[in-house]
Design a protein around this ligand. Structure first.
Ligand SMILES: Nc1ncnc2c1ncn2[C@@H]1O[C@H](COP(=O)(O)OP(=O)(O)O)[C@@H](O)[C@H]1O
Ligand SMILES: [Mg+2]
Length: 244
C-alpha cells in the first residue's frame, strides 16, 4: 500500500460537543484504502462518537468528513452506506427468532436477485466462519457466532470500508482470536477496516496501524509496536477503567 495514496476516509478539524463537553475536539484523522486501522483510547476518549460522526449517525458541531475525497458531512447514514461506508456498532441486534439465512436475506436482497441469494448466503457465511449454519435459529448460535452474523449483516451491503466498534466485546479468548482471523481475512479480501478494540491480544494479532484518542484528540499514532512501547500511552490507560 503506497503511503502517498489518497485517503478513503478522512476527517478535518472535526468537533462534536455534547452539553459543553468536547467528545471530539478538532480531530484530523485519515484511513487509506486497504488499511487495517485500530482505534485505541480509554473509556470516554471519543472512539464511538468518532464512528457515529463518520457514519452520519451524529452530525459534527464543526469540521468535515470526507469519503473518497467527497465531502459527506451532510449526508445521512443510508446515503453513506450506499457509497460503501458501513458500520457494525456494539450490540447490533440480529433477529433471534429467525434463521441465519433469514437474517441475511434482507440485506443481501438489496444487492442480489432472489435466485442468487442461496449462493451469496453460503459465500458470506464462509467468510464469517459460519458455513453450514443457514437453517439454524440465530438464538442457537454462540455469542461469538451471533457477533459474526451481525458483521455479516454489514458485509452483505458489500462495503468498501467496514467500521467495527468493539467486535469482541463479551467474547472469551478463543472466540476473540477467531474474530481476529475473520477480520484479517476480510482485510486481505480487500475490505478496508477500522476497528475500535480494548483487547490488546487481538490488536497484536491484527498488527494494524494504530490511532490513540484521548479527550477527543489524537494522542498518538503508529504501529502497534510503537504504541505499546510508548510510555505516555501506558500512562493514559492507568486508572481509567480500561480492561487491559
Ligand atoms: N449522546 C451523548 N450525549 C451526551 N454525551 C455523550 C453522548 N455520547 C457520548 N457522550 C460523551 O462523549 C464522550 C465520549 O464518549 P464515547 O465516544 O462513547 O467514548 P468511547 O467510545 O471512547 O468510550 C464521553 O464523555 C461521553 O459521556
Ligand atoms: Mg465506545
Amino acid at each position: 500500500m503506497s503511503a502517498t495514496q489518497a485517503p478513503i476516509l478522512e476527517t478535518r478539524k472535526l468537533v462534536k460537543v455534547f452539553g459543553g463537553v468536547r467528545a471530539i475536539d478538532g480531530l484530523d484523522f485519515s484511513v487509506r484504502p486497504g488499511e487495517l486501522h485500530c482505534i485505541l483510547g480509554p473509556n470516554g476518549a471519543g472512539k464511538s462518537t468518532l464512528f457515529k460522526l463518520l457514519m452520519g449517525v451524529e452530525r459534527p458541531s464543526e469540521g468535515q468528513v470526507f469519503y473518497r475525497g467527497r465531502d459527506v458531512t451532510r449526508l445521512g447514514t443510508h446515503e453513506r452506506a450506499r457509497l460503501g461506508l458501513t458500520c457494525k456498532f456494539q450490540n447490533v441486534p440480529i433477529y433471534q427468532e429467525l434463521t441465519v439465512a433469514q437474517n441475511l436475506f434482507v440485506p443481501l436482497r438489496r444487492h442480489h436477485g432472489v435466485h442468487q441469494i442461496p449462493g451469496e448466503t453460503a459465500k458470506l457465511l464462509a467468510r464469517l466462519h459460519l458455513s453450514g449454519t443457514e437453517d439454524l435459529m440465530a438464538n442457537t448460535l454462540s455469542h461469538g457466532q451471533q457477533q459474526w452474523l451481525s458483521i455479516g449483516m454489514s458485509l452483505a451491503a458489500r462495503p468498501e470500508i467496514l467500521l467495527l466498534d468493539e467486535p469482541t466485546a463479551g467474547m472469551g479468548p478463543e472466540e476473540t482470536r477467531e474474530t481476529g482471523e475473520i477480520v484479517l481475512e476480510l482485510n486481505r479480501q480487500g475490505v478496508t477496516i477500522v476497528v475500535i478494540e480494548h483487547d490488546m491480544a487481538i490488536v497484536r494479532q491484527l498488527a494494524p496501524s494504530v490511532t490513540v484518542l484521548h479527550f477527543g484528540r489524537l494522542f498518538a499514532q503508529g504501529s502497534m509496536a510503537q504504541i505499546e512501547n510508548d510510555p505516555s500511552v501506558q500512562d493514559i490507560y492507568l486508572g481509567t477503567g480500561a480492561r487491559h
